[in-house]
Design a protein around this ligand. Structure first.
Ligand SMILES: [Zn+2]
Length: 94
C-alpha cells in the first residue's frame, strides 16, 4: 500500500501515481553509489570489500569442496581399517 504524500489516498503497491490526485510516486529514490563518496573513503571501502571477498574465498576453500573430499577419504580409510580387521580376525581364527 502506498499512501499518497499529497492527499493521503491509499493506492496499490504497484501504482505509479496517485489515483486521486495524480501525484507521481517516486518509489526508486536515487541510490547513493560508491562513486558519490570522497576518494579517501572510497578507497577504504574498496579495500574492505576486497578483504571481505578474500576472506569469503578462503572460507569457501575450507568449507565447500574439500568437505566432500574429506568425507570420501574418511570412508576409504574406514573401509580399509574394517577390511584389515576382518582379515586379522579370520587369520586369528585359523
Ligand atoms: Zn494523492
Amino acid at each position: 500500500m502506498i499512501v499518497c504524500k499529497r492527499c493521503g489516498y491509499e493506492n496499490l503497491d504497484n501504482a505509479l501515481y496517485c489515483n486521486l490526485c495524480k501525484e507521481l510516486f517516486h518509489k526508486k529514490e536515487k541510490m547513493m553509489t560508491i562513486e558519490d563518496l570522497p576518494s579517501e573513503i572510497k578507497s577504504q571501502l574498496l579495500d574492505q570489500k576486497k578483504k571481505a571477498e578474500e576472506k569469503f574465498i578462503i572460507s569457501n576453500l575450507f568449507s565447500g569442496v574439500p568437505r566432500k573430499k574429506l568425507l570420501t577419504l574418511a570412508i576409504i580409510i574406514g573401509a580399509t581399517i574394517i577390511l584389515f580387521l576382518i582379515a586379522f580376525l579370520f587369520s586369528c581364527g585359523k
